[in-house]
Design a protein around this ligand. Sequence first.
Ligand SMILES: [Zn+2]
Length: 232
Amino acid sequence: MSKITQYSTIGALMSGHFAGDFSVKSTHSPTLFGLGCSCGISGELTVCGGEFWEATAGESLHQLDDRQLPFLQVTDFVAENSLKATGINDKNLEHRLSEQLAINNIFLAVNVKSRFDEVVIRRPQRDESQTRTVQEMSDSQQVDTHHNIAGQLIGFWTPALFGRISVPGFHFHFLSDDRKISGHVLSFTAANAVVDYQVKHSIEINNPTSEAYNTLDIDVAQLDQLISHVEK
Ligand SMILES: [Zn+2]
């Protein structure tokens, strides 16, 4: 699978469609790579080597068996291009990659491996009721800063043109090498890192098929602001 496959869109998720509509139990590819969230946005998901890791505030990192998910963005990742980078961080990665190829209009799958000087990650609280709003979910998230930690950033570069389908710019989730720490990346710095990436020419969007999705009120005018506020 050289394409990116997506279940739902960041626009639907940020409009409050947190229901786990998609079963991805059949996805067994050993090179499956990507990110998502679990039902009710109870956890940030990182997909690495076909394994699904769920990071939830107040819980140890664990693999997810029940894969009924509201949002998932995955691909089969092959490190077709590699960049050895020094002094890299969330602010200059775009520029560093732009020196390699023009990225403004294309999708990339990106994997950054390092012993990071600092990684700031965010994890949601579990919500058994699955009735909270986007704002309630956002307000309850826990932010943690980790120093001198070996691991990888797993995610995608999405051009602004597609910013209501996926998070525009970089969207990374972190996974530590010891499989103890994970979450949505807010910032990172690394003195030395290997940045592997693969251009993705195609993206497949699978919309939810439920009546709840069909009748979901999506305020497109507010959406860009909301995505920027909650996901950046
Ligand atoms: Zn995320």
